[in-house]
Design a protein around this ligand. Structure first.
Ligand code: GLA
Length: 387
């Protein structure tokens, strides 16, 4: 049950909105380091030039809030002084952040917010984190809450974990807020130390291919992968109390515990350990602009995700396999949580158009689904405009 009231037609107030704050909140890509963030490992994401735009104004009521999405052509209202309960869709990312802010003691009052999104939902480019961080940043500015960027990142992640119920790590929120234009973040998810590496791909570009599938077990399977990793850590911890996460587990240690780990725990852990190692290598190869080696690490990452972590799907595997026969594609892999969404491809720029035509037709022949190509550029994190 929820206390929100939904509506379809755009309230008149939004036609004459005089926004005091405008936020551009970007989606993200991740070059390598998948399912490592919640295991305290390494990731290499960045924000992209596709974003959600949110316009805010105070409406001079104490508690009445009104949100309208031009993209979904839907809106909803709620009251800050009534219990905020989970609804079931995009509304939850907003309500979750508002609840987090209120729980932290933030002094909010009534506001209106108009949202326009350029981010496809379910594509694995983190429209959810962009929405959460956009709301958090906008309310932070509108009500002068004084939150630091990293607090916005953490409270947005907490909203997704506690309110929405998806036990995501910190990668998406961190990259949506903290990215620097033209750089890739090498993030240590344990310390939150970030190194910004120049995104120099020489004659190559990053190309996303959206499978346009989103298998519906994605959320529960995501959470169960995380649980498997945590259960493995708990088993190891009994004998090695210093081990706090898979980050503290070496390959040798994992082998010693192999027989004590149940079900698929060993495969999951092995994938995470190897992926962390790959990210460290990938950072080095990107710095030395050795793109061919970088690409090989991307392919290896996909293999691990497909066979050991088991979060891929036939549509993603088809696209990655298809790319292997083309020497002008240096690397390709599924991106994000998995079970659908996009592949990320490192491809020579002048071959993109022809390849997109070819792969789109092959994908359609196989699955009868339209493939979408999205060309992306590493861009800066949250942008704030005040009037
Ligand atoms: C989703 C989550 C992230 C991360 C990726 C997988 O995008 O939100 O925290 O775990 O999946 O790398």
């Amino acid at each position: 049950m929820t206390n929100i009231r939904s509506f379809r037609s755009k309230p008149h107030i939004f036609e004459n909105l005089k926004p005091e704050v405008i936020i551009e909140s970007p989606g993200r890509i991740n070059l390598i380091g998948e399912h490592t963030d919640y295991n305290n490992g390494f990731v290499m994401p960045t924000a992209i030039d596709k974003k959600i735009i949110l316009k805010f104004q105070k409406n001079h009521t104490e508690n009445f809030c009104r949100i309208y999405s031009e993209t979904f052509e839907k809106g909803f209202e709620f009251h800050l002084d009534k219990e905020l309960k989970k609804a079931s869709g995009w509304e939850d990312y907003i309500l979750g952040v508002v609840k987090e802010l209120l729980d932290k003691g933030a002094e909010l009052s009534g506001f209106d917010c108009l949202i326009h999104s350029q981010l496809p939902v379910g594509a694995g480019i983190s429209s959810s984190a962009a929405l959460e961080c956009g709301i958090a940043s906008g309310l932070n500015e509108l009500f002068e809450l004084g939150l630091k960027d990293v607090e916005i990142v953490k409270l947005s992640q907490k909203a997704e974990n506690d309110f929405v119920g998806s036990n995501c790590g910190i990668m998406d929120q961190f990259s949506s807020v903290m990215s620097i234009k033209g750089k890739i973040i090498m993030l240590d998810c344990r310390s939150l130390e970030a190194e910004f590496i120049k995104a120099d791909f020489k004659n190559c570009k990053l190309l996303l291919l959206n499978t346009n599938v989103s298998h519906n077990l994605a959320d529960s399977d995501y959470n169960s992968r995380r649980k498997e990793c945590e259960a493995a850590v708990a088993i190891i911890q009994k004998e090695k109390p210093d081990v706090q996460s898979l980050r503290d587990v070496s390959f040798e240690m994992l082998e010693k515990f192999k027989n004590k780990l149940q079900g698929k725990m060993y495969e999951r852990c092995l994938y995470v350990l190897k992926e962390n190692e790959r990210v460290l290598k990938a950072a080095k190869t990107l710095k030395s602009r050795n793109l061919k080696d970088f690409g090989k690490l991307m392919y290896a990452s996909h293999e691990g995700l497909q066979h050991n972590y088991e979060v891929s799907c036939p549509e993603l595997d088809f696209l990655v396999d298809y790319s292997r026969d083309h020497e002008f594609i240096y690397g390709s892999r599924m991106m994000g949580g998995g079970f659908g969404g996009c592949t990320i491809n490192l491809i020579e720029e002048d071959k993109i158009d022809k390849y997109v035509r070819e792969v789109t037709s092959a994908y359609y022949k196989k699955f009868k689904i339209k493939l979408d190509a999205i060309s992306v550029h590493p861009d800066e994190g949250t942008k704030i405009f005040k009037t």
